[in-house]
Ligand binder design. Sequence first.
Ligand code: FEO
Length: 169
Amino acid sequence: MINEKLEHAFCVQINKELYSAYLYLAMQTYFKDMNLDGFANWMAVQVQEELAHAMGMYNYVLERGGKVTLMSVDKPEDSWNSPLSVFEKVLEHEEYVTSLINELTSVAEEVKDRAAISLLQWYIKEQVEEEANVSNVLGNLKLAQNDPRALLLLDRELATRTFVAPVIG
Ligand code: FEO
């Protein structure tokens, strides 16, 4: 049976992952409006990733005999000045999520839930990958920002991203 404090912490994080999906859906819409379909595709894959992250925790709580309490998902911001400012926000958001995963891991350690600690190792590694992916796009965008042709080339590259359902844990 899962510890109550840890159960609550997982439910809060499920909400944060769903918010992340919602934020990236808003960014997908922003790029769709700009006719940058490759960037929109990158965000669409990101939405799927975040839903998978939420469901990984959801399934864990249920498997451990806990109860998932769903909470309201905040309205995400939905306007940005440029593709660059979108990706600056993504990196800032992923760094924030990394700090949340670290805090959640601290709760799992506090209540000595070894299975949860093991599960959260996957999320810790996933955050390293997420931040690296975002930093990579951000770096390319900094180079391309004043060059429409470079921006379109990057858009084509981001159109190739596909969602592969992660094996969590
Ligand atoms: Fe679920 Fe992008 O962290």
